[in-house]
Design a binder for this molecule. Sequence first.
Ligand code: APR
Length: 244
Amino acid sequence: MHQDFFPPGIAVLTGAGISKESGIDTFRDADGLWNRVNLEEVATLEAWHRDKKKVLDFYNETRSMFRAAGIGPNEAHRALARLEREYDGEVTIITQNIDLLHEQAGSKRVIHMHGRDGEIRCMACKTVFSSDYDLTPASICPHCNSVGELRPNIVWFGEMPIHLEEIYEALERCGLFLAIGTSGEVYPAAGFVLHVRRHAPRARTVELNLEPTDNKSLFHEHIYGPATETVPPYVTRVLTQGWR
Ligand code: APR
């Protein structure tokens, strides 16, 4: 077990639900992406090998949603940025989202465990680089000149999420764990609350979601409602009264 840090860290896991009110679709809600698109056709390495155009077009469409007029951080993203600014201890945001709305709201310590928009990886030379261009199967790697080997640097189903070591360290030294806007259906993120209960047994765990999730019983406290309405008052409460 890790030693206690004072003030204790706050680890915040976020999912698609936090960006919903910014105008970005979630995955598993009734109007979610995976109810419209077969994820096995667009979000696996096998799918990319089978039909690069289909996978890249899907990703380009998703990115265009992030860039649509009026899309920006909402009050929940801003409240978490405020928490990081005003809390004396460490605040780590662990997000499954590939959008950059936490950063745009002002959060500094953000870990994108499923990758992030605007990063591309070459499957031939393995270079990862920043680029805002849409990819096509004819795109050429600027590092090794391979054609058709570029893919978004995001984690597809069947691939290992990134930065896990750093994430587990943050979980093990936290005194408060929040899960915001995530269905708790995708591992390893879905297992983080159990990891906190086991490895940081004094930590308080709080779920802030539109509705109860399957992980409900592992949280000490549940706050249900849209993130823009639940997260700002919760952050104010933590900053003024603590979390016990
Ligand atoms: N405020 C709070 N929660 C919301 C809101 C809202 N306005 N709208 C929806 N939610 C909740 C839903 O009730 C649901 O429990 O957010 C959750 C979204 O769940 P998913 O769509 O499953 O998204 P997420 O948990 O982030 O998915 C995990 O799955 O396909 C992958 O890689 C993708 O990172 C993603 C991962």
